[in-house]
Design a protein around this ligand. Structure first.
Ligand SMILES: [Zn+2]
Ligand SMILES: [Zn+2]
Ligand SMILES: [Zn+2]
Length: 361
């Protein structure tokens, strides 16, 4: 509630979206969502699926079969409590919980060898999550200890969900094993943030109905509110890492002209994007290069990620992708890779550019 300042900016907008007939437009209709068959159980399951195929696959061989169907009510409650805990502390903990559930499902429902199941998900796990922080954060010792406390608590909760797992799967519920799994997911999961698939349809509908500016404004506010909420949620979880990839180089920014600003605004999304993470073992195995020969991007309409060749690739040549924004100068790339991925890049481009730029202190 606005107090004192009494500005017009705080006044609620008229219900433009509802009055415009926008919501009834056929082009903008979403496919019906399928709920989990246990949506009405106690505790209720809030999972939603995009199609029958998707739901059936999850209920036959996915982690959802274990977490929703195989567990009793008390354990399902424990899982939901763990999920809330990880949402409040660090998303990747929840992802690690799902990975464990999937490994157990692979063994229990798909007859996979336990050794294969565990190595499928943990073969890149070398550094415990709390230790990954050690090299980069300012008050690192405090945060390192805090992360171990979180790992301890998360493990305890998960042991309440899964009880006893057969070896070697039980290693995933040891504090060291779990911390390494979270550390691995932190490094190798692909950020699947992508634009809302309705965005381009909405754009053309608005154009066609010559939508009044207030409608655009209202949609813009919706997106802005979403982005703000997302930023606040992520800030509440962990300390801000200084020097992120997105850091602008000094002197690089130049004042934009009006035409450029308008162009930039026209490219902004009308609707909030979708967020998610995926573990793609092929992508996780792909090494970094600052002069990569493929670009890896999420597909728009499904959970695939697609690697596209950036130039001709010779038979036998190593496939490489870029983990960072490779348009940055050498020292920025090197610093970012060391901070966020823990290695000094010795790719061909970095070697060729060595000494060619003035080093900054
Ligand atoms: Zn369910
Ligand atoms: Zn689906
Ligand atoms: Zn490099």
């Amino acid at each position: 509630a606005a107090t004192g300042k009494g500005s017009d900016a705080e006044a609620p907008l008229p219900g433009v979206i509802l009055d415009s007939g926008l919501l009834e437009r056929e082009e903008l209709a979403l496919p019906a969502i399928l709920h989990c068959p246990r949506a009405g159980d106690d505790p209720p399951c809030d999972a939603a699926f995009c199609s029958e195929t998707c739901r059936d696959a999850q209920l036959t061989a996915g982690h959802h079969r274990l977490l929703c169907v195989a567990l009793d009510a008390e354990k399902r409650r424990a899982w939901q409590a763990f999920r809330r805990y990880s949402e409040a502390r660090y998303d990747t903990l929840g992802l690690a919980g799902l990975v464990i559930a999937q490994a157990v499902s692979d063994v229990a429902f798909c007859g996979m060898d336990p050794q294969d199941a565990i190595s499928r998900y943990s073969r890149f796990a070398t550094m415990p999550w709390p230790e990954l922080l050690a090299a980069r954060a300012a008050d690192r010792e405090t945060w390192r200890q805090l992360r171990w406390v979180v790992v301890h608590s998360a493990c305890k909760q998960l042991r309440g969900v899964f009880e006893s797992l057969p070896p070697p799967l039980d290693d995933l519920l040891s504090e060291e094993g779990f911390a390494k799994l979270v550390g691995m997911l932190d490094l190798v999961t692909k950020d699947l943030e992508r634009p809302n698939p309705q965005d381009h349809r909405l754009r053309s509908v608005l154009e066609e109905m010559k939508a009044p500016p207030p409608l655009h404004t209202e949609l813009g506010r919706l997106t802005l509110a979403w982005m703000t909420a997302k930023r606040l949620a992520s800030e509440a979880q962990e300390p801000n890492e200084p020097d992120s990839d997105d850091e602008e180089e000094p002197g690089e920014t130049q004042p934009l002209g009006l035409a450029q600003l308008a162009q930039r605004a026209a490219r902004l999304p009308l609707l909030p994007g979708f967020v998610g993470f995926g573990l793609y073992t092929t992508v996780a195995l792909t090494n970094h290069s600052c002069s990569p020969n493929i670009e890896v991007v999420p597909a728009v309409y499904n959970s695939d990620v697609v690697g596209t060749a950036q130039r001709d690739i010779a038979a036998g040549e190593e496939i490489t992708m870029s983990y960072i924004n490779e348009d940055k100068p050498r020292h920025t790339r090197q610093r970012s890779l060391l901070k966020n991925y823990g290695f000094v890049c010795r790719c061909a481009r970095c070697q060729a550019e060595e000494g060619s730029t003035t080093p900054r202190e």
